[in-house]
Design a binder for this molecule. Structure first.
Ligand SMILES: NC(=O)c1ccc[n+]([C@@H]2O[C@H](COP(=O)([O-])OP(=O)(O)OC[C@H]3O[C@@H](n4cnc5c(N)ncnc54)[C@H](OP(=O)(O)O)[C@@H]3O)[C@@H](O)[C@H]2O)c1
Length: 240
């Protein structure tokens, strides 16, 4: 969110762990008037009067359309939904573990929601003088940075998400030139999505609030000149 715009802003944020932390972090900003936080199966607990919650299945075109038609304008969209494991699907350590349902599930929740959100928020963001549209991707979605291998479906779905964001940035560079499009890496964050994989990790683990605070700083410093790029929690750029 550009520091130069004092207009009272309305943000749409999705996702329960990092998403809810982002909603609270932005709600503390005086420039933000309202945050609409969407949830899927776990209704988030909120402690700010600026935050309103609504249920939305982000894989359902009509549901996204209906939810966003209730909004009048938007200055920012942050998508923090995603999928790594569940419903019998686990990240694949080797090619022998891949199967159609794993790939499709990852694509359905890691890639499709951003397409649907962009499709249905375009007209709401168009009037904003300093709009932003971002999605939480993952560093493992970087093709250039892939040194360890594994996690075929998750990596592929996040690489596809990155391509969606890059393509959107090109289209909106003409159609919505005041809107900045970004892919974000949140760091390794304590959440239901990461918990089976962090027990023996030597990586630094962020609380959702810490990650949200870093991501807000990154977003606050982006301008349309930065559109179509991939940013880590510390503001460094990640190669596609
Ligand atoms: N945690 C990390 O270390 C880490 C690292 C890199 C990237 N990320 C990315 O950060 C994002 C947020 O993850 P998180 O760590 O905050 O984990 P999380 O709490 O499990 O967040 C994932 C969210 O996706 C939602 N979701 C799943 N299917 C959905 C659907 N059909 N419609 C709407 N929402 C749906 C889940 O809602 P329900 O649970 O209610 O279904 C949940 O709120 C993800 O994109 C993840 O890939 C996380």
């Amino acid at each position: 969110m550009s520091p130069n715009h004092s207009h009272r802003r309305h943000l749409l944020i999705t996702g329960s762990t990092i998403g809810t932390a982002l909603a609270h972090c932005f709600a503390q900003d005086d420039r933000v008037e309202k945050v609409t936080l969407t949830w899927h199966s776990r209704r988030p607990e909120t402690t700010s009067a600026k935050i309103s919650t609504t249920q939305m299945d982000l894989t359902d075109d009509e549901a996204v359309h209906n939810t966003l038609s209730n909004l009048e304008t938007l200055d920012g969209v942050i998508n923090a939904v995603g999928f790594l494991h569940g419903s019998g699907v686990q990240p694949e350590k080797s090619i022998s573990r891949t199967n159609p349902s794993s790939l499709l599930k990852n694509m359905e929740i890691n890639t499709l929601p951003t397409l649907l959100l962009a499709k249905h928020s375009r007209h709401l963001l168009k009037a904003s003088q300093a709009g932003s549209f971002s999605s939480i991707s993952a560093k493992v979605g970087s093709i250039e940075d892939n040194r360890l291998g594994g996690w075929y479906s998750y990596r592929a779905s996040k690489a596809a998400l990155n391509m969606v964001l890059k393509t959107l940035a090109i289209e909106w560079g003409f159609a919505l030139p005041k809107c900045t499009v970004a892919a974000l890496h949140p760091g390794t964050v304590i959440s239901p999505l990461s918990s089976p994989f962090t027990a023996n990790s030597n990586k630094h683990l962020f609380s959702p609030d810490e990650s949200a605070s870093h991501l807000k700083s990154v977003l606050d410093n982006l301008t349309p000149q930065h559109s179509g790029r991939f940013w880590s929690w510390d503001g460094t750029e990640i190669p596609w």
